[in-house]
Each structure stands twice: as structure tokens, then as C-alpha cells.
Design a protein around this ligand. Structure first.
Ligand code: ASP
Length: 321
């Protein structure tokens, strides 16, 4: 019998003061929902899915309802899920109105021969399996979108989307105009992870980030551990960050050391300050969380605890060693 553990995150980045309290309450609720499944003998896959659904339904997070907007003011959500026992994985992207993208990722994993669906396949599967639809756009995200657009035009110096800034300066009429995740270990020793997002604010329509890419935003292997990433997706894609973190665990590092090793690697190779955060779990139930961003909203729960531990920071890794 293993000691069940769940770790969840509600996104890296810079958490504005108005979102901090609801964010911490939200990750606590998600950890509780996921852990209840583990506590009653349920499996890790069900636990991570339920925890992510809980955060997709909470509009404080950039996933499901509350998703951030593309440069032209649309919502395009994406999610993925992975079973560490079988290495089965599923992902869905470019979703406009599915209430719970992680459910569609699981359907792709369990009911198709593919890993990643978008467009027609995603829509048809959602229809056939009767997935609920919703209007994910919220007042809060519309306000942030307006503010960030202004900033993109005005701000001097380096922006987190430097090429977009340049593109818009050259072609002003080109366009008219915090991810969630969970990793868990169940009492049978199986590991799973899931991640869901609205993507990067002001992303180009059609842009796919790290979240639905297996190995980049999400990875789980019973022989190593599991990881869910958050931050600038392009960094996680170039570093294949979730798999890299799992490989550190595969070759012996406990989850916390592996999480820090990955962020150190990001610092050394990408030189993009404040870009990433991640959570991890190793095959022995060790917990890891690290980031180079100002915040990482996260929570964890084990069978020795009465309630989840929540925080807006984990280990911030600044050095490049
Ligand atoms: N990683 C996500 C993306 O780039 C964004 C986030 O973590 O908030 O799409």
C-alpha cells in the first residue's frame, strides 16, 4: 500500500493581489476534491481529472471558465492528461466552448487511437460524449485583456512576447484589436497528471502551447514520477520540461530536487526571467514545486494531513548553476 498524495497548481506568474485569496481557496478546494478520491481507494487518474475539473469551473484560474484571451479576444482552451501506469495520454486543443477541456482530453485518451485532438475531431467527440458547453469568457479576463493590450503597445523594453510586439509595431492592423494542473499517486502506486489552460494572454489565434503537448506541459510514468508545468509555454516546449523533470526523477532525484534541477536548466538555457513554474511527484510520493516566476499558486495533501497546505510561493530558483 502506498501513501496517497496529490499536488495541484493554479498557475505560475505574477498573481495580482485581487486574485490571491480566491486562488489559494481554489487550489485548496481542488486538492481536497482530488484527495477525497484517493482517500477512498480511487485511482490517481480520476483524482487528477477531478482536481483539474474543479479548477476549470473556478473562474479565478486561467482554464475552462476564466480562460485568458487571444490577441483578437477569443477563448482557445487546451488540456492534457496522462496515466503513468500505461503511458496512455490524451490531449485536446483550440477549444472554444467546452466546459471542461480535461474531460475531452481523457475521452481522446480512452476512446480514440490518437493522443491529441483539435478542430473537427474535438468537436465531434465532445458532441458524441455529451460534454457540457459553456461561455468561458468572463468580465475579469476582458478587463485584463484590454489592459495587457495597451501595455503591449506602450511598454518600453522587453515584453514576454517580444516578436509579437515587433510584429504589431510593423503591422498595427494585423489584428483588430494561469493554467491549472495536478499530479497524484494512489494507494496502488499508480501515478497520473493533468493540465488545463486558456493559454498565454494575447497569444495568436491558433497558437498551441505546452499544456496539451505530452512531455512539455504534462508527463507521468510510474517508473519515474509526474510533472505539470505552467508559465510561458514556448519555454516548456523547447525544454520538453515535464519529461525532463520526470527524467531527473527516473535517474534518482527526489521530486523537489528534480523540480529545482529543471528550473535551474530553464534559467541556464532560456535566460527568460520569471518564465516558469512546475509541480512534481516522485514514485515514492515525494512532493516537488519550484518556479522562477514571482508566484506559484499551489497546494498539496497527504494522508498524514488534516487539510491541504496552500501557498503562493514554492522554492524560487534564481541561480543558473
Ligand atoms: N503554459 C501556458 C501556455 O503557455 C500558460 C500558463 O501556464 O499560464 O499556454
Amino acid at each position: 500500500m502506498n501513501r496517497p498524495v496529490i499536488v495541484v497548481h493554479g498557475g505560475a506568474g505574477n498573481w495580482r493581489p485581487e486574485r490571491r485569496k480566491p486562488g489559494l481557496t481554489g487550489v485548496k478546494e481542488a486538492a481536497n476534491v482530488g484527495f477525497e478520491i484517493l482517500r477512498t481507494g480511487g485511482n490517481a487518474l480520476d483524482a487528477v481529472e477531478a482536481a483539474v475539473v474543479c479548477m476549470e469551473n473556478n473562474e479565478v484560474f486561467n482554464a475552462g471558465k476564466g480562460s485568458t484571451l487571444t490577441i483578437d479576444g477569443q477563448v482557445e482552451m487546451e488540456a492534457s492528461i496522462m496515466d503513468g501506469k500505461t503511458l496512455n495520454a490524451g490531449a485536446a486543443g483550440l477549444l472554444k466552448n467546452i466546459k471542461n477541456p480535461v474531460r475531452l482530453a481523457r475521452i481522446a485518451m480512452e476512446h480514440t487511437d490518437h493522443v491529441f485532438v483539435t478542430s473537427t475531431a474535438a468537436e465531434k467527440l465532445a458532441e458524441v460524449f455529451g460534454l457540457e458547453k459553456t461561455e468561458p469568457l468572463t468580465e475579469l479576463r476582458l478587463r485584463y485583456w484590454g489592459e495587457l493590450q495597451q501595455k503591449l503597445k506602450r511598454e518600453k523594453g522587453r515584453h514576454y512576447l517580444p516578436k509579437l510586439k515587433k510584429l504589431l509595431a510593423a503591422h498595427p492592423n494585423l489584428f483588430e484589436t494561469d493554467t491549472v494542473g495536478a499530479v497524484a499517486l494512489d494507494s496502488d502506486g499508480n501515478i497520473a497528471t493533468a493540465t488545463s489552460t486558456g493559454g498565454l494572454t494575447l497569444k495568436l489565434p491558433g497558437r498551441i502551447g505546452d499544456t496539451p503537448l505530452i512531455g512539455c506541459g504534462t508527463y507521468a510514468d510510474n517508473e519515474a514520477g509526474a510533472c505539470s508545468t505552467t508559465g510561458i509555454g514556448e519555454v516548456a516546449i523547447k525544454m520538453v520540461l515535464a519529461k525532463t523533470t520526470c527524467d531527473f526523477m527516473r535517474y534518482g532525484q527526489p521530486a523537489q530536487e528534480a523540480a529545482e534541477s529543471s528550473i535551474k536548466l530553464v534559467n541556464r538555457r532560456m535566460r527568460l526571467k520569471g518564465s516558469m513554474g512546475l509541480i512534481a511527484i516522485d514514485m515514492h510520493g515525494g512532493i516537488g514545486a519550484a518556479h522562477n516566476s514571482p508566484h506559484l499558486c499551489w497546494a498539496y495533501m497527504t494522508s498524514e494531513m488534516h487539510e491541504p497546505l496552500v501557498a503562493l510561493k514554492a522554492k524560487i530558483v534564481k541561480d543558473t548553476a
